[in-house]
Design a protein. Sequence first.
Length: 175
Amino acid sequence: MMRGFPAFVIGIAVCAAGCLAASSASAQCRLCDTPTTESATLRPDGDISLQIEAALDFDRLILLGTGDGTAQLRPDGSTQVSGVIGAISTRAMVGSATVRGEPGRAIRIDLPRQIELYSLSGGRVSLDEIVSDLPSLPKLDSTGLLVFRFGGRVRISGDAEGDYRGDMPITAEYL
């Protein structure tokens, strides 16, 4: 049975688990005999922090009926739909995160393979094939930064209209 193009809304709130730490700022020391703007050196076990700059958000998916379908949003912003999903809103956004830590250090970023998203009415959809644009061996640059983007694929089944939310644990640690 076809319906008149209902809107299916998905928003994913992403949190960074276990990676929140303060980063040091560099400024000129006014109490030193010789003023300097060098930042304090971090210990080998120095802090690492991960901040979500933009949440992964599929905004609206247009359903052509009841049934199975997938919507994919890749880290480069490209999209693909299949099944009963006719289109992804042009306002859909990939997720973006910034890692800060000791310059030049190799790190590991862990993204989940799959998460469940829930609506207030009790509906559930799955987000899987979570991918990022990280290199195979991520490393902080000379300023101690690494910025990456991530996306994934939403799978729906049956009558899945609603507003869905979920948390995506992302962890960052030194190698």
